[in-house]
Structures are given as structure tokens and as C-alpha cells.
Design a protein around this ligand. Structure first.
Ligand code: SF4
Length: 462
């Protein structure tokens, strides 16, 4: 399918928000519409309903193209492996791992969480992106978004001259600069259906680094659509991964936390003020969403980086609401749940739980969480010690720790604040972990800052 060079793409999840909330359901339409918005006009491509193929079928068609790459490039693998090792590896973190996750240096005792840092999906994504740049020398390489939420990795891609597709706000992006013969990388959290369609229409090589766990969620929402279910997605509607996931849905509602899930569960059981409900969820629902009909049959999915205990609790809540509404026998026709919680997310959350539980025994002064400020999985790691009342900080890089004994960190409310850091210079005991998109080197650099700070302000504590 070819389009006539539209330059600006409106991401479906965001464009299907408030202004369309009361429009007739798009499923009742006899035509299939893919809408690509330019800043001045909308280009609509229509197919008769008899030829209508599902979004999943179309996605699979795009992926079968000879210019769509998902397996990387063996010719450049050895050199990419070397450069990744040089950029990300940390002798200090290796030392921590080999000494039962605890070391003492410069009067600072460090306890490392048992699971932390780069997950398989992120390492794979970086390797594929770096391989793409080396495999296509001389070609212009673009990326549709940050590869992962980590400043060092994205800086490295800038240094490699990878062009980041311009964001225009409200979910729109400018693909003008993508020319024939260019290479376009899709990031670890995937690209929306509309973006994949647009790229398929251009004569470009696409390197897909989407994590297979994210694709698993897409397959789950596809199952929902085939069964006529509305996908209840535990995720943030504006997060890139959820934007991509919702783009593969016909009917969905995103709930970011338990409070919003309770609102949905309550509507399932008791109904309510439809207008108020839609106003609250105006940016988080599919086009033409009618809660009176669309919440009769639901399936659960999630953004892979959400807090897994909350996803489980939301699943139980939905199940209970459906049983209350339809009775235990009929409930199975109205609710489906597939486990889409990523192992890596779960393991890192379990490991910081363990640190929190042993906090008194270990005598932790605080817990340091290292990872990009935009990284959802890192932000959720911070919530665990915060909820337990443990002093804890989320920093995105080592220079958040100042030589004047201050720390600049992101709170769970998303504010960036600076405050006095080490309170007792005689003895410092800390726990540390890092998000799934954080290289070990970032942990090493952050700990090195603390060692320097302690040495400069408090001697060696001996
Ligand atoms: S956290 Fe999970 S879903 Fe996200 S990139 Fe890593 S393995 Fe994939």
C-alpha cells in the first residue's frame, strides 16, 4: 500500500482523544480508514470492507518485506560487541557481583540489588541499532524515537549521526526528512501501526528493534480484538510503548493506576455518569468509546514496565467486577487475562523489594536508583522504597551528585529537586539498583561520585 508522501504522522492513540469522544464508533463504518495528518490536511486511504485485513495481518505483511530487518547483521556483530563492552561494562559492578553483591570502598558500603540494569530486550535493541549503523555505511539512518530511555545510549546514537524523527507535540511527528533509500530504526518499545504503515509506503530499510515482550502484548491485544473484547491496558496513555500498543487495538481504555482501575470496575458493575467518565478518560480511550457497551467484555493487557503487583491487582479487580456483574458462570465469556508482565521488570522489582525488606538489618542510609528520568520501569523501582518510607533517590546520571554534597533527583511525582545528600559523613551504607535501560557503567560512575564525595568531605571514616 502506498501513500502520497504525507509528512506528518498523528499517532492514533493521541489523535483519538477528546475531540472524537462522542463520534460514532469507527467499527460500524463500512470502510477501513488509515488517516495520516499533515499540518494542513488529512490524507485518507480507504479500502472496501470486503478487503479489510486486520492490523495484525498488515503488521505481519510489513514485517515480511525484504527491506524489514529484525535479526541484526552478522557481518558487523563482532565489532559492535566490542564497542558495547567498552561503552557499558563496569569493573566495579563486576566486582560487586563477584563479592556477593556487597563491597566497602572509601568508607562507603554498597549493597547491590540481586537483579538490576540492562535487560535482555534492551541489550538486544542497542545491538541491533548499532549493527544497523555499521551495516549501512554512508546511508542516512533515522530513529522514530529514543531507542531506550537512557541518556548515554541516546547521546551515543547522536554521535553516530543517527537522526531522531522530529516530534511536533500532541503525538505528531515529522517524517519529512526520511528520504528514499534511508534506513529507519524502530526503538525497543516499538512503533505505532500508523508509523509502520507510513514507513512501508516509503522506499526505506526498516530495522525493527522492538522487544519481543512488547510484541507479546501486541499479540494479546490482537487476541482481544478477535474475541470482541475491549483491552483494558494498565499503562500510561502517552508512553511510547502504550501509544504503539493502543494503535493495534480497535477498542481500549488505559488505566494508569489502581484508582483509575477502580473507576472502570465501578462503571462495569454500577454504570454511572457516562459524560463524566468519558471526560476523565478522554485521552485514554479509543475513538467513539461508549462505556455502556465497551465495558461488557474486557481483556487485560499492560505496558511492560508497569508495577507488576499493581497489574496483578488490577486483573483481580476486573475479574471481580465482571463476576459481580455477570455471575461466576458467565464471567468467563466476559473477561480474559493473559500474562504479559515482562520477567525482567518483575525480577528487578522483586530484587529491590528484597533490599527494602533487609534495609534495617543492612543499616541502609538510603537507596540509589539509577536510570533515565523518562524511564517508566526505573520510576517504578523508586516507588518501592518510597512506599516503605526509605530515603531514596532516582538519578539519571552520575553528575546528579554534586561535589558540594547535593543530589539532584526525580521524585515519584516527577519533580526534579536538589537537596543535601550525605547526612552522616562518618559512615555511609547504601543500596543501589538500576533500571532495565541503564548500563552498568552509569552505576559505576554514580558510585564513584559518592566515593569521591565521602573522601573529600568525610575522610575514609576510619
Ligand atoms: S523491560 Fe522487558 S519489555 Fe522492556 S525491553 Fe526489557 S525485556 Fe523488553
Amino acid at each position: 500500500m502506498k501513500f502520497s508522501a504525507p509528512s506528518v504522522l498523528a499517532v492514533a492513540a493521541l489523535s483519538s482523544s477528546s475531540s472524537h469522544a462522542f463520534a460514532p464508533s469507527h467499527r460500524s463504518s463500512s470502510t477501513k480508514s488509515i488517516i495520516l495528518m499533515s499540518s494542513t490536511e488529512a490524507v485518507t486511504t480507504e479500502e472496501p470492507s470486503s478487503k479489510k485485513t486486520t492490523k495484525k495481518e498488515k503488521r505481519l505483511q510489513y514485517m515480511k518485506s525484504p527491506s524489514f530487518y529484525r535479526q541484526g547483521f552478522k557481518d558487523v556483530r563482532p565489532s559492535v560487541e566490542k564497542s558495547m563492552e567498552a561503552q557499558f561494562k563496569s569493573p566495579l559492578v563486576d566486582e560487586l557481583k563477584s563479592s556477593n553483591f556487597v563491597i566497602e570502598k572509601e568508607g562507603v558500603t554498597v549493597h547491590l540489588a540481586k537483579d538490576f540494569g540492562f535487560c535482555w530486550g534492551v541489550e538486544r535493541s542497542i545491538a541491533l541499532a548499532y549493527e544497523a549503523v555499521e551495516h549501512f555505511p554512508g546511508k542516512t539512518v533515522h530513529i522514530t524515537n529514543e531507542l531506550i530511555h537512557n541518556p548515554e545510549v541516546n547521546d551515543r546514537l547522536h554521535e553516530m549521526n543517527v537522526q531522531f524523527i522530529e516530534k511536533l507535540g500532541e503525538g505528531k511527528k515529522n517524517f519529512d526528512k526520511v528520504g528514499e533509500g534511508d534506513v529507519v530504526i524502530l526503538p525497543a518499545f516499538g512503533a505505532s501501526f500508523e508509523e509502520m504503515s507510513l514507513l512501508n509506503s516509503k522506499n526505506v530499510d526498516v530495522v525493527d528493534t522492538t522487544c519481543p515482550w512488547v510484541s507479546k502484548v501486541w499479540n494479546t491485544v490482537d487476541n482481544h480484538q478477535r474475541k470482541g473484547l475491549t483491552s483494558v491496558i494498565h499503562g500510561k496513555y502517552g508512553h511510547e510503548e502504550t501509544v504503539a500498543t493502543t494503535s493495534f487495538c480497535e477498542d481500549y481504555i488505559c488505566v494508569k493506576d489502581m484508582k483509575e482501575a477502580e473507576m472502570v470496575a465501578d462503571y462495569i458493575v454500577n454504570g454511572g455518569d457516562k459524560e463524566a467518565f468519558l471526560k476523565y478518560f478522554e485521552k485514554a480511550v479509543s475513538k467513539g468509546f461508549d462505556p455502556d457497551t465497551k465495558l461488557q467484555k474486557v481483556g487485560l493487557a499492560n505496558q511492560t514496565t508497569m508495577y507488576k503487583k499493581e497489574t496483578r491487582a488490577i486483573g483481580q479487580l476486573m475479574q471481580k467486577a465482571i463476576i459481580k456483574k455477570f455471575g461466576p458462570v458467565k464471567a468467563q465469556e466476559h473477561y480474559y487475562e493473559f500474562d504479559t508482565i515482562c520477567d525482567a521488570t518483575q525480577e528487578r522489582q522483586d530484587a529491590i523489594h528484597e533490599l527494602v525488606e533487609k534495609s534495617d538489618e543492612l543499616g541502609l542510609d538510603f537507596i540509589l536508583v539509577v536510570g533515565g528520568w523518562d524511564s517508566s520501569n526505573t520510576a517504578h523501582l523508586l516507588e518501592i522504597p518510597q512506599k516503605a518510607g526509605i530515603r531514596s533517590f532516582h538519578i539519571n546520571k552520575a553528575d546528579c551528585i554534586g561535589a558540594d554534597n547535593t543530589i539532584t533527583h526525580r521524585t515519584i511525582k516527577g519533580e526534579i529537586v536538589t537537596e543535601k545528600f550525605l547526612e552522616n559523613m562518618d559512615k555511609v551504607v547504601l543500596g543501589v539498583t538500576s533500571g532495565a535501560s541503564t548500563p552498568d557503567k552509569a552505576v559505576q560512575d554514580s558510585l564513584s561520585q559518592i566515593f569521591l564525595l565521602k573522601a573529600a568531605h568525610g575522610g575514609k571514616g576510619e
